[in-house]
Design a protein around this ligand. Sequence first.
Ligand SMILES: [Zn+2]
Ligand SMILES: [Zn+2]
Ligand SMILES: [Zn+2]
Length: 407
Amino acid sequence: MDTNLSEANESSKKRKIISPTNSQTDSEEQDKWLSNVPVNNPYSILQNLSGDTTEDNITTSINLPPKPPPIYIEARVIEPLMELLKDIANNNFTIKQLKNSEVKIQVNTSDDYRKLTSALKEKNANFYTYQLKKDRSYKVVLRGMHPSMATGIIIDELKKLNHQVRQINNITKSVTKEPLPLFFIELEPNVNNKEIYKINRLYNMIVSFEPPKAKRDIPQCLRCQSYGHTKNYCNRTPACVKCAGKHWTSSCPYIGKINNVKCSNCQGNHPASYKGCLVRKQLQQKLFPKLRHKPGTPNSNLNPLNVTYTNHNNNTSEGIHSNIGTRNKTFAEIVRNQVRKDPAALPEDTNFAPTLIELKNLLITSTKNSEVITSMLLQQTQLLTQQSQQINKMLELLSLMLINNNK
Ligand SMILES: [Zn+2]
Ligand SMILES: [Zn+2]
Ligand SMILES: [Zn+2]
């Protein structure tokens, strides 16, 4: 799907303004639907906006089953999008203008949503969205099951009780990887999902089911590296985790360790997956203010960066839950419910770059400290030498006095 990985222009796509006269923009931008403003009739856009689209669109959904998730799309021109939307959803949609030529689209039925997302994919539009609520798995933790129990048996036993398992992982201790009598289970969504909490025997073992702890980690898209959504629901221009280029990390031209590591979110000298990235920290403070650092700690006075986040609302949880790996989860991950970052997202060799920088800084400070200590020691030595000289003089004087007295 990503045939257009031409690399050369690494400037942020958010900032770049493509004018019709600028024909030398890279192919990635050219290929994205709605990314080019037509030359012919610049007023047609305005005409359409001022026309028949405003009032009718606000046909408020009279809360029917859960609304499909919103779609965020970069649109430098609105008319073709309007036409597509009218085509698919009649007038049952709303568009909200966001910053940086991004618009938020809300359709009312999951049918319209599916049609729209597939049409947008076909047109190669620059958009992302979230998983449909009704497609989302139901997550529980099974406690008390022997860690060596084959997951196939657990799946079969749950099936007998009308629970369809989508995914099951044994939970291990975070450091020792020792298996625990805990399993993280995702069930296919069903009306009987909550019934699972009533189960207290499984395969003759005394067990219990618990809801997983609320997650505080921010999902990061492995495709565009933005926060708040995941790659399965993203059709934006890819960004490399390593060099911030407009390609998938797997097709990065830089192989192995590189010096020009660049974060596509803050342009800093670290991989985009670095947990200490300022953009990530700011977002975390915004989303989880309870975790805010106490005044005085380095994180409390972050200056707002001139960077756009992709989190526009509280829909992040939808993105969070869609990030499912097949490997075992550690106990700490489940308890804190943090999904470990995909190892593929971060080439091993770049993994240590931020740590190395921190280490270097630490070394520099400790060197400075030892220099201070050395100079203090020197001063003390000098003082001591002076003192001992004085004592010597005093002793000399005393001995002279004694000799004089004896005479
Ligand atoms: Zn993305
Ligand atoms: Zn790259
Ligand atoms: Zn960063």
